[in-house]
Design a protein around this ligand. Structure first.
Ligand SMILES: [Zn+2]
Length: 609
């Protein structure tokens, strides 16, 4: 397990703000000094999830989730602390230094950074070619014919790759990218690559994309990580679409086209419309149907499905009504069902895709098909019964066997039960017969046990008495109070029990906890239980002089502890048959405790005037 250096954690903490980070996952609404949203960790109708910028923590009053910025990313993305630090580091542009093998990681980081920079340059260059190059006339015509305006081309950074082997490569070299970097980016390929399978630094490079309309592919932060190039001449003998190959920054099966733009709409609609191609997606988005994404390639991978699950509950597949489109539906199904998404299938009129439908009949017509989309199983039953022949027992058995391979993938037992009921009713077969088919048949994709999402451990926060909460708050906001408390609390660290741990941490922490940077750094040192208690601290202003308020709260807590100890001693004293020595010791202890209690409430002597 790689260890990330303390310095990296600190730099990440300093560079991150919890409101900004949480807000990049889903929208937050301001509520006084904090920010609110529907809790992503449990289902709810009114928001009980709040993010506190003063404390740099999040907390849900509904399910008790809570903690620091690191905890949020860990729980939300289902990743480890180390991965969360990496994720935040990438976001903030902080290089990750590992304790062992740090050099290699630093190198990987700077390599990725160079590749991202190169893609940004290339995207701008392709876009300029589309706008200005006389050779791009046909590309401009093509986009116009597809109803894409100059404005749309600008907002999606659509470009044109000229029909040249080395124009892009010369441009990138002019921007000081090396031969090796260009080969690694996938924007070019070398002749040797096709022969030996690996790029060489000496081989001549050739532009991968030539005479194609270029669509930049972005990660969910909006960084360009790859390209998809569409051929202009539909009769051309080359592939209709060419995508960037797998590179250090691009993994085809993990990216969803359009996600960086549609994230917010996905969360609001709780539904993702899945289009097949980039142009379908862009047309839908620009027509106002914005909860759209497109997988790279036709079938969903488990990684893409899990990525979607963070945003939506329902997926509407909107593929072509031709055979290839229907096969894409079937191939996408296992990954989507397995991660618990409800899958619906939109039935577009024959020969139409989202792009053509919107352009001929408008966005409302498209939206209507989405609203009317049927659950995958109902849709499949519709198609089977419409095709007829269901009286034939052989056909009927074949149909139900096909459906039986998908049903076990439905995660929710109630949903699964309901779907089984509908299938046996509509095909007119006994439920037991269908179940037998399910048992004997193969499931479309066998589930591997270690592929399961890890359960998020929910630690119960420890009890924090009101007085300790106040002391924590004052220790964080007032230096004089912190110094005074340190002399009291750290002298007798056991006095407050476990609830005193967090207070002790705050008091021992050198730097003042008065900025997001300091708070995030501090939170990264806490145990999960301490972190939760920290997130539970309700920020509030304590009226009056903070030192006096702290002294009062401290006295109250000490008095309570002393009284409890005295009570315990008294109870022990009532036990029959105590040895004389112990009786004496207990009596002395009770007397001592009473004296300490009295001293506690004796007025502090004022300076005599
Ligand atoms: Zn919650």
């Amino acid at each position: 397990m790689p260890r990330i250096s303390e310095e990296t954690i600190q730099r990440v903490a300093e560079a991150s703000d919890i409101v900004e980070v949480v807000g990049s996952y889903f929208p937050l609404k301001r509520a006084g000094t904090s920010w609110k949203a529907l809790c992503p960790f449990h289902r709810e109708k009114s928001p009980s999830f709040s993010v506190n910028p003063q404390r740099q923590t999040f907390h849900c009053f509904g399910c008790g989730a809570g903690g620091s910025i690191f905890r949020f990313v860990m729980d939300y993305e289902h990743i480890t602390f180390v991965e969360a630090v990496r994720r935040l580091a990438q976001r903030a542009g902080v290089p990750v230094i590992e304790e062992a093998g740090g050099e290699a990681d630093e190198k990987g980081y700077s390599e990725r950074k160079r590749l991202l920079a190169m893609h940004t340059e290339a995207a701008a260059w392709f876009h300029q070619q589309l706008l200005r190059s006389p050779a791009a006339g046909a590309a401009r015509e093509y986009l116009k014919s597809r109803g894409l305006t100059a404005e749309t081309a600008k907002s999606w950074n659509i470009g044109y790759a000229p029909d040249s082997w080395d124009a892009l490569i010369q441009f990138l070299k002019g921007k000081n990218f090396t031969q090796e970097e260009i080969a690694k980016s996938g924007l070019a390929s070398s002749k040797e690559e096709s022969e030996t399978g690996s790029p060489s630094s000496t081989a001549r490079l050739y532009a991968r994309f030539r005479d194609r309309v270029m669509f930049p592919i972005r990660n969910d932060y909006g960084e360009v990580i790859a390209f998809s190039g569409r051929v202009l001449d539909a009769q051309a003998r080359t592939a209709k679409y060419v995508n960037s190959p797998e590179t250090p920054i691009f993994s085809k099966g993990r990216v969803l086209f359009g996600l960086d733009k549609s994230k917010r709409s996905l969360i609001e609609a709780k539904t993702a419309i899945v289009c097949e191609g980039q142009i379908d997606l862009i047309t839908a988005f620009e027509s106002g149907v914005t909860n759209v994404i497109a997988p790279q390639g036709t079938a969903f991978t488990p990684e893409q499905a899990r990525l979607l699950l963070r945003f939506v509950e329902v997926v509407v597949l909107c593929f072509d009504s031709d055979r290839a489109g229907q096969e894409a539906v079937t191939r996408s199904l296992p990954a989507l069902l397995e991660c618990g998404l409800e899958v619906r299938v939109a039935r577009l009129p024959a020969g139409e895709d989202p792009d053509s439908l919107i352009r001929t009949q408008g966005a409302e017509a498209f939206q209507r098909h989405i609203t009317e989309a049927r659950n995958f199983f109902d849709n499949a039953l519709d198609l089977l019964t419409a095709a007829g022949g269901m009286e034939d027992p052989v056909k009927k058995a074949a149909a139900s066997r096909k459906l039986a391979t998908f049903v076990p993938l439905i995660k929710d037992p109630v949903q699964r039960e309901a779907v089984m009921g509908r299938i046996s009713a509509r095909l007119g077969i006994a439920p037991t017969a269908f179940q037998a088919q399910m048992r004997s048949g193969k499931t479309a994709v066998t589930r591997s046990a270690n592929d399961e999402e890890p359960e998020v451990p929910r630690e119960a926060p420890f009890e924090m008495p009101e007085g300790v909460v106040i002391l924590c708050q004052l220790a964080m906001t007032d230096l004089r109070t912190k110094e005074w408390l340190a002399t009291q609390v750290l002298a007798d660290p056991q006095l407050l029990g476990e609830s005193g741990n967090l207070l002790g941490r705050i008091l021992r922490h050198g730097a003042p906890l008065d900025s997001p940077a300091a708070l995030n750094t501090f939170a990264s040192t806490l145990s999960p239980r301490e972190e939760k208690a920290f997130a539970n601290l309700v920020p509030g202003r304590v009226p009056g002089d903070p030192l006096i308020a702290a002294q009062e709260a401290w006295r109250g807590l000490v008095a309570q502890t002393l009284r409890e100890q005295r009570e315990a001693a008294k109870n022990r004293l009532r036990q029959p048959g105590l040895p004389a020595a112990e009786t004496l010791a207990l009596q002395k202890q009770i007397l001592d405790l009473s004296t300490r209690l009295n001293d506690l409430f004796r007025p502090v002597p004022q300076d005599s005037a």
